[in-house]
Design a protein. Sequence first.
Length: 105
Amino acid sequence: MDDDRVFRALADPTRRHLLDRLHERDGRTLTELESELEMTRFGVMKHLKVLEGAGLVVTRRSGREKLHFLNPVPIRLIHDRWIDKYTERRVSALADLKTTLEDAG
């Protein structure tokens, strides 16, 4: 996974909005996604292409339609690598503090 691509994709509010819409209901068409945004069809397509390039969106053809689906794996990997490891020490420290306070009381 290319962390830089994922971070760049997530940096844009329009792309985060598209991911939120797919999180609410997967398998949306370009027309459905476009209807919720104040931009051209071509603009939405460009944002979806960036999301696909980062692995955050996958597509599947269904007849003449192209359906877009959220792929949460890259976000989870970012969480595990960049967030989880930094919060682990704090959580451990709080658990140790709780134990110490309970033992003292």
